[in-house]
Design a protein around this ligand. Structure first.
Ligand code: ADP
Ligand code: MG
Length: 265
């Protein structure tokens, strides 16, 4: 446990504008993995689908409040936050109501900074804040990027993955230049990896060539236990700690902590 109350949380977006690439699985399991490594974690569900809310064991249809009210300044994070009964981290939950925020925010001043303002009030309470982004480069995602220190990009080693990556890297650069000079690419995480597939080996090697140190050493394998866990409202790391997928995400948590230390010093 970090007992130094003056250290502010590191805020990371888990982002990729493609759907189904493992963002939510990474957000939930990194959160639970960091908890097992004695970190205080807040997981923000920035996707109106509410998958990381449900996957953390919280019923998205039974929420008194959700992230929507925080973004439009009708509630504070402290009023909305829920503890994940299975993961041991806090969650800012979401459901379909959040999609309305896209429209409501447009008319507001500093519409891309609402999450950042809200987070400023709780950043001393956590070591890590993880933001599970929707699969779009929308105003919601912009709020995530504006509030973050860094971006973690989960990706599958497929042919078109590299193409989509350049769009996202350019977006990160633009946000860095125009809105949030603190924002940087923390790293690329290879997920759903199957080493028997030659194309995946090739794309993985290409990633290392192009992005060097920005590619995390941990590789998350394709593992059915990770896919089963959300239907039990649990992170895979908790559902089956001995599985290869869980082990990979624990290792990833350790690598993220190490990388943060390297950036700070
Ligand atoms: P996203 O949030 O980017 O849309 P998800 O994390 O929801 O992606 O993952 C998409 C699907 O792939 C889900 O059904 C999830 O359970 C499954 N999945 C994610 N990572 C793995 C993995 N490493 N092994 C097997 N299935 C996975
Ligand atoms: Mg998702």
């Amino acid at each position: 446990m970090n007992t130094n109350a003056t250290i502010k949380a590191r805020v990371f977006c888990i982002a990729n504008q493609k759907g189904g690439v493992g963002k939510t699985t990474t957000a939930i399991n990194l959160a639970a993995g960091l908890v097992q490594l004695k970190q205080r974690v807040l997981l923000i569900d920035l996707d109106p689908q509410g998958n990381s809310t449900m996957g953390s064991g919280i019923d998205k249809s039974a929420l008194a409040h959700n992230l929507y009210q925080v973004l439009i300044s009708e509630a504070t994070i402290a009023e909305v936050v829920v503890a994940s009964p299975t993961g041991g981290y806090d969650v800012l939950p979401s459901n379909r109501e959040l999609s309305g925020a896209e429209i409501d925010l447009v008319g507001m001043d500093a519409r891309e900074l609402q999450l950042r303002y809200a987070l400023a009030k709780v950043e001393l309470h956590y070591d890590f804040v993880l933001i599970d982004c929707p699969p779009t480069l929308s105003l919601l995602t912009l709020n995530g990027l504006a509030a973050a220190h860094g971006v973690i990009i989960p990706m599958q080693c497929e042919y078109f993955a590299l193409e989509g990556l350049s769009d996202l890297v350019n977006t990160i650069k633009r946000v860095h230049r125009n809105i949030n000079p603190e924002l940087s690419l923390i790293g690329l995480l290879r997920v759903m990896y199957d080493p028997r597939v030659t194309l995946q080996q090739q794309v993985s090697a290409q990633l290392e060539t192009h992005f060097g140190d920005k590619v995390f050493k941990t590789v998350v394998p394709r593992n059915v236990r990770l896919a089963e866990a959300p239907s039990h409202g649990m992170p895979g790391v908790v559902y089956d700690p001995g599985s290869r997928g869980a082990q990979a995400y624990i290792a990833f948590g350790a690598e993220v902590i190490e990388r943060v230390r390297a950036i700070k010093t």
